[in-house]
Design a binder for this molecule. Structure first.
Ligand SMILES: [Zn+2]
Length: 256
């Protein structure tokens, strides 16, 4: 058996997920030992951190420097009308503690940048993408590759989303499939349900990775089209020219 023991209250709380074949008490103990970073507490980060807390992740590190705005409320479901003007990190810490007091929540009101990204990534087991820009995503991707940490990426636009998991050394990284920073809009259109769908998929990836269930989304970009209610898969491969991870792979080639 690995991981800390579970109290009666936890056995009851997580009963339904522990019944999943291959999950069990063992899987729940692994979740309790896990440390997950949620980078960004917006449309993706709010539902992702709720599902992660509800699932019983032992430690959640939540990062966002912004304050709640009225225009956030159509999709950032941890913030309610009375929270407008409050720091997101503070609100999230308070609400998640009410959702699941077993979870150790560290909420940081700061911006992820070149100076702090490695420290943040180093101390967790998995990183969840809740960002709204590729500059920050590329920084996180680089740190995750450097420390060998899984990075579960999602992005959304309107009724569309995409999902991809970086497992350093075991598949492409984000820069292999998106080599340069795409043009970005300041204000993207989005229906709240879209990041809800994509955040749920991100959490499914995290739980699978921690517990050891199924296969992660490492060799394909999963694209969700809410207009047509379809998922598409785009095959992806490591790029030999990737500035972030190609050197990692060349080190792993066995001597001939
Ligand atoms: Zn790469």
């Amino acid at each position: 058996m690995s991981g800390p023991s579970l109290r009666d209250e936890e056995l009851e709380r997580y009963d339904r997920q522990m019944r999943i074949p291959g999950f069990g008490i063992e899987g729940q103990r692994k979740l309790k030992s896990a440390r997950v970073l949620v980078a960004g507490l917006g449309g993706l980060g709010c539902p992702a951190s709720m599902y992660l807390a509800a699932a019983g992740i032992g430690k959640l590190v939540l990062v966002d420097r912004e304050k709640v705005e009225l225009s956030n409320l159509n999709r950032q479901i941890l913030y309610w009308s009375s929270d407008v003007g409050r720091p997101k990190a503070e609100v999230v810490a308070e609400k998640l503690a009410r959702l699941n007091p077993n979870v150790d929540v560290e909420a940081l009101a700061l911006e992820i940048n070149e100076d702090n990204v490695r420290e943040l990534v180093k101390k967790v087991d998995v990183v969840v993408d809740g960002m709204d820009n590729y500059k920050a995503r590329f920084l996180i991707n680089e740190a995750c590759v450097a420390y060998g940490k899984p990075f579960v990426h999602a992005a959304i636009y309107g009724l569309e989303g995409q999902l991809f998991t970086v497992l350093p050394g075991k598949g492409p990284c984000l820069r292999c499939i998106i080599p340069s920073q795409p043009p970005e809009q300041d204000t993207v259109p989005v229906l709240g349900a879209t990041p809800g769908v994509m955040a749920a998929l991100e959490v499914m990836e995290v739980v699978k990775l921690v517990v050891g269930l199924g296969r992660p989304c490492v060799d394909k970009l999963l694209v969700f089209d809410g207009h047509e209610m379809k998922f598409h898969e785009i095959r992806v491969e490591p790029s030999p020219k990737c500035p972030v991870c190609s050197s990692l792979r060349s080190r792993e080639v066995p001597p001939t």
